[in-house]
Ligand binder design. Structure first.
Ligand SMILES: *[C@@H]1O[C@H](CO)[C@@H](O)[C@H](O)[C@H]1NC(C)=O
Length: 517
């Protein structure tokens, strides 16, 4: 059953009515400013889709954030949204009504016309494959009124082709480019989603994370990423690596936009039954919007794993920026518990030692073969077909350079056997003696870390995190602050992240070298 999606819109409309009418500005537009412009009749959903399509056409040749656009499908959906708005006069419209969204290229959207999107995880092997139906999260997004505009680029196979491929590169989209500093990494694997949000190609994007793939690109592209507790969002119809660790989440420019999108996506899905049933008990009554609390840092106990994560050169910008941010957080009433340490952090950060890699290799083959078997039509039906495709296909010209060692190692696995069970037991122990223990012993509401540095700590237990823009290094490359916590702690993390964002407002749009619309 869809969650109660409708309760947000009255809030948004009240906000719209309260503020003075200002002309709609596409740059840095939020879900709220878009709704305001819809409500005054200044903007239509069709008009917004056209603006974003033009902006993508102008910027994407340089940034490679988008794989496909389904302009016809999006315009048709926008027209339906515009017609419904006129007919219902705003009263009962869902929270993302008429808002365009880009989804990462590993998320299936069945669509209906000839322009339907291909979900390919960046691989040419999957072009022309057709899902039988929308991914669970896409169903929910459409139900919340969102208009699926296209797919965002990524590292091929979400970084799981092999260790040598560059972050943000895929055969389908080429190399994704950091809009702040083109020579810097965009980080990955949800690079296209983060670049597109950063460069205002759309307000709302969806990414996925196994271990770092939402947090890291959000950090390097100065946008907000929410990596939800595993199971809060359904993985059905998504090409994932690990059911233990994979989660689908929003990448947007503001915490409130990301929260509106999270709200639209969470909930039980019979096609990802076990994980979504377990996690759905974390969904708060009244939804997540109520935690957009400007005073949200007050009384929160936030742990600083100083030695593990805050290692900056003395005198560096990062050192000063985080000192200032911690002071701001204290002034806003947070209790910072400093100099904490997780003794097993070195093992946690080593995928081979922790057991993470072994489990991922086995889980990827199972997940991918299951995804492929559910497609209505597909040129490939197994990981082994994909490896053959890569070996034979001359278009995969960077094959020799980048290899496909993870795909090959994954193909050599044979389900969850004794070795994988041992890996699972080890990961569980690292979680219990790591994050769980330190949170409880210090009665923490959250931990704080720079950028995506805590990605493995949070990945191995399926824990949630929110990254918020925190600063820009001396070379102009953005970096984030990350708040993470135990499973289901999204309400706490949202309060902390929103309060921090509103007090600091660090995000600046990139200065782009191209003429745009
Ligand atoms: C999906 O792939 C098919 C086959 O190559 C192509 O005809 C179609 O245009 C693609 N869809 C989009 C939205 O680009």
């Amino acid at each position: 059953m869809p969650p109660p999606l409708r309760h947000l819109l009255p809030l948004l409309l009240a906000a719209a009515a309260a503020s003075t009418a200002a002309a709609f500005v596409l740059e840095e537009a939020t879900v709220e400013s878009i709704h305001r412009a819809f409500a005054t009749g200044e903007l239509t959903s069709r008009g917004l889709v056209e603006l974003y399509v033009r902006r993508i056409a102008s910027l994407d040749p340089a940034l490679h954030a988008v794989v496909e656009i389904d302009a016809d499908g999006a315009l048709a959906a926008a027209d339906r949204a515009d017609a419904a708005r006129l007919e219902l006069e705003g009263a009962a419209l869902p929270p993302l009504h008429g808002i365009p969204v880009l989804i990462k290229d590993n998320i299936a959207a069945a669509g209906d016309g000839s322009g339907r999107l291909n979900a390919t995880a960046g691989s040419l092997a999957l072009v022309g494959s057709r899902p039988a139906r929308d991914a669970g999260v896409v169903e929910r997004l459409r139900c919340a009124g969102a208009v699926v505009l296209g797919t965002a680029s990524l590292s091929e196979w979400c970084n799981f082709r092999g260790p040598r491929i560059p972050a943000g590169w895929s055969p389908r989209a080429g190399q994704g480019i950091n809009p702040y500093v083109p020579s810097a990494t965009p980080c990955a694997s949800s690079s296209g989603s983060a670049i597109a949000a950063a460069a205002n190609m759309v307000a709302v994007t969806i990414g996925t994370e196994t271990d770092g793939s939402i947090m890291c690109p959000s950090s390097f592209n100065s946008v907000v990423g929410i990596k939800p507790t595993v199971g809060l969002t359904s993985r059905a119809g998504v090409i994932i690596i690990s059911p233990r660790m994979d989660t689908i989440g929003p990448i947007c420019r503001t915490v409130s936009d990301a929260v509106h999108v999270l709200e639209a996506m969470v909930g039980y899905d019979p096609r990802d039954a076990e994980a979504t049933r377990t996690a759905s008990r974390y969904i708060p009554k009244g939804g997540y919007g109520q935690f957009l609390n400007i005073d949200g840092l007050r009384g929160k106990r936030v742990g600083i794993l100083r030695k593990d994560f805050f290692r900056f050169a003395p005198g560096s910008i990062q050192e000063k920026v985080f000192r200032d941010h911690f002071n701001t957080m204290r002034q806003l009433g947070a209790i910072l518990v400093d100099n904490l340490e997780i003794p097993t952090m070195k093992v946690i950060n080593d995928a081979v030692q922790s057991g993470e890699r072994a489990l991922m290799l086995a889980e990827f083959k199972l997940s991918l073969n299951s995804y492929l078997s559910e497609l209505a039509t597909s040129p490939v039906r197994s990981l082994s077909d994909i490896i053959d495709f890569n070996n034979k296909n001359p278009v995969e010209e960077r094959m020799a350079e980048f290899g496909q060692s993870y795909l090959l190692q994954s193909e050599a696995t044979n389900g969850i056997g004794p070795a994988e069970e041992r890996a699972i037991a080890k990961l569980n122990k690292l979680c219990e003696e790591g994050l769980e223990k330190i949170m409880r012993a210090n009665q923490l509401d959250a931990i704080v870390a720079p950028g995506a540095s805590a990605h493995s700590l949070l990945a191995i237990g399926g824990y949630p995190a929110i990254t918020v823009p925190a600063g820009y290094a001396s070379n102009g490359v953005p970096f984030a602050i990350c708040f993470g916590g135990l499973k289901g702690s999204e309400p706490m993390l949202i309060e902390i992240a929103y309060s921090f964002e509103q007090a600091t407002k660090v995000r600046k749009p990139p200065i782009l070298q191209h003429s745009v619309i």
